[in-house]
Design a binder for this molecule. Structure first.
Ligand code: HC1
Ligand code: SF4
Length: 579
């Protein structure tokens, strides 16, 4: 152990502890723009690049970056004296000398760490005039890259390479020319980017932001000729409240519904309904494949992989194209909702497809891309017109001068608003496969589950596995969240080492609750755990907790689809993948 003094407080820390960490243990927050600690993922990004976290070590000539300087015996450290404050302010001014001044219209304004810190350090004038970077803004269907605003903290690179193992972003060029970009500085859309949005979630400035669809939504809601219906993803309700000062894990389902109705949506529906539908299709596919496998059919491939996460779909299309026949062909709930709304609901409501706008509220940025994929359009008209993130919804509610915390609870509309507990838990890692297990067990065995909670499938470990007993038939289930973890399971399958019958994969750490469009959680896994717990609470409180018992799903099959995996289901609710 090492003894040292920080801001007149004594502390003892293990060898190897950084000054930044030791200060944190004392409750001293040292500002930083590049440091990032993702505890549960075992990732500590401490490049010491931004120099904002410098501290004074008494007896040393130079200030030390606290995030990558180790504590030493007897050190006496000052984290906030005038010498340190002066240095931080100078560093900030130098950073701003090559930063655009469009804060008034910047997508990150109000949420930008650089802006917040410049304000905190009292920067009121700029003493340095330097050369300005002039990169072309890169617009992809989900993410906008404006590298003039990049401060080279390289958090995005760590997220993309170390957590997600995608490798779409890395530092290129040197000195003033250096920038984080896809290989050969190609556009993100042409790279192997999955649009998971995890880089956006950790970017401290406006360099990486989501493609914002709010203005398009405002125009549609203001147009009396359009019928605008909305679906809300499972994970949104567990995080939206954070944008209004509520604690992480506060469920705001009913308040969110009333806010959406007040914003002017004609119908407020639930993606959870479509999640129940996904279970009917995907669960049937799982059982069909399993039965053929048991019958000795060598052509049948197991494990079956869930396919509802578009970041994950992008990942295997780019990185594992040889395995594209393994995932389920079931579309995601977002993309099942669209065709049901435009083919079934529109008819019930007596409106034409082209007059209906389907909007989704998603915790995810990849969903923006997913709904624009050609296979999800009919004569150029998308089944889901566009998707907005949880953060965009929060901003719109604030723009409309509503305070979510004081809103009354309201119920979703029907028929596409009724869901079971199984649909709700889709939003947390392990939830999709637990929902599938509830239905597949009962359909396969013909018995009623005594306990619908499959606790063994829950938790936050990056890779988990459990065996579920289907009345004498052991079903091996794997779960991975975060693409780095998914890669490990996929490599095992490719090497013929996988023992699983079914695997759930979600691109974002934590599943959708940790999506790139959610309120920023700064890598704090306790926030993810609270959001997951909220979804399991909502599941527990539901009268019906198994997808196949949703009365509106039963009716949908009776009135429209016939049966799961029918010809019409295949046409509207299934898809195919690309190399
Ligand atoms: Fe998800 Fe899904 S759970 S992908 O994480 O299958 O985004 O919440 O809506 O489509 O239902 C996201 C969440 C979401 C879909 C569902
Ligand atoms: Fe990498 Fe995901 Fe960002 Fe794409 S969206 S660059 S895959 S972290």
């Amino acid at each position: 152990m090492i003894k040292l003094t920080i801001d007149n407080k004594q502390i003892e820390v293990p060898q190897g502890t950084t000054i930044y960490e030791a200060a944190k243990q004392l409750g001293i927050e040292i500002p930083t723009l590049c440091y990032m600690h993702l505890g549960d993922m075992g990732i500590e990004h401490k490049p010491g690049g931004c120099r904002i976290c410098v501290v004074e070590v008494e007896g040393r000539r130079n200030l030390a970056p606290s995030c990558n300087s180790k504590c030493e015996e007897g050190m006496v450290i000052n984290t906030h004296n005038m010498r340190v404050l002066n240095a931080r302010k100078t560093v900030m001014e130098l950073m701003l000398s090559d930063h655009p001044f469009d804060c008034l219209v910047c997508a990150k304004s109000g949420n930008c760490d650089l802006q917040t810190m410049a304000h905190q350090f009292g920067v009121r004038e700029l003493h340095y005039k330097g050369e300005q970077s002039t990169y072309k803004v890169d617009y992809s269907p989900s993410i906008i890259r404006d590298m003039d605003k990049c401060i080279m903290c390289r958090r995005c690179e760590t997220m993309c390479n170390d957590v997600q193992t995608v490798g779409a972003l890395s530092a290129v060029n040197r000195g003033f020319e250096s920038v984080v970009a896809p290989a050969f500085e190609m556009d993100l859309e042409k790279s192997t980017c999955t649009y998971c949005g995890q880089c956006v979630a950790v970017c401290p400035t406006g360099a990486l932001t989501e493609k914002d669809h709010t203005n398009q939504l405002i125009r549609d809601l203001a147009d009396p000729k359009k019928t605008v219906v909305v679906q809300t993803a499972p994970a949104v309700r567990a995080a939206l409240g954070e944008e209004f000062g509520m604690d992480a894990g506060t469920l705001v389902t009913g308040k969110m519904v009333s806010a959406l109705r007040s914003l002017g949506f004609d119908k407020v529906f639930d993606t959870d309904f479509a999640a129940d539908l996904t279970i009917m299709e995907e669960g049937t596919e799982l059982l069909e494949r399993l039965q053929k496998h048991l019958d000795g059919d060598k052509d049948v491939k197991l494990p079956i992989l869930t396919s509802c996460c578009p970041g994950w779909v992008n990942f295997f299309e780019h990185h594992f194209p040889d395995m594209k026949d393994i995932p389920s062909t079931a579309r995601s709930p977002q993309q099942m909702f669209g065709p049901i709304a435009k083919n079934y609901l529109a008819k019930q409501m007596g409106i034409k497809r082209e007059d209906m706008i389907v909007v989704s509220i998603m915790p995810c940025l990849a969903k923006k891309y997913e709904c624009q994929r050609d296979e999800f359009k009919v004569d150029g008209d998308p089944d889901v017109n566009y998707s907005i993130s949880t953060r965009e919804l929060a901003n719109l509610i604030k723009q409309a001068n509503m305070d979510l915390s004081t809103m009354a609870d309201e119920d979703f509309d029907n028929p596409l608003g009724e869901s079971t507990g199984a649909g709700v838990i889709f939003g947390a890692t392990g939830g999709v496969i637990e929902a599938a297990a509830r239905t597949a067990y009962e359909v396969y065995t013909g018995k009623t589950l005594e306990k619908v909670d499959f606790e063994a499938l829950r938790g936050m470990d990056g890779i988990r596995s459990a065996t579920v007993d289907f009345d004498g038939l052991p079903i091996n289930i794997g779960i991975a969240h975060g693409l780095g973890n998914a890669r490990k399971l996929l490599e095992d399958i490719r090497d013929g080492k996988s023992e699983y019958h079914a695997i759930e994969i979600m691109a974002c750490p934590g599943g959708c609750i940790g999506g790139g469009g959610q309120p920023l959680h700064h890598g704090d896994s306790s926030i993810l755990k609270k959001r997951a717990a909220a979804l399991y609470r909502e599941d527990e409180g539901k009268a019906i907790r198994k997808s196949h018992e949703n009365p509106y799903i039963i009716k949908l099959y009776e009135e429209f689809l016939g049966k799961p995996c029918s010809e019409l289901s295949h046409k509207l609710l299934h898809t195919h993948y690309f190399d």
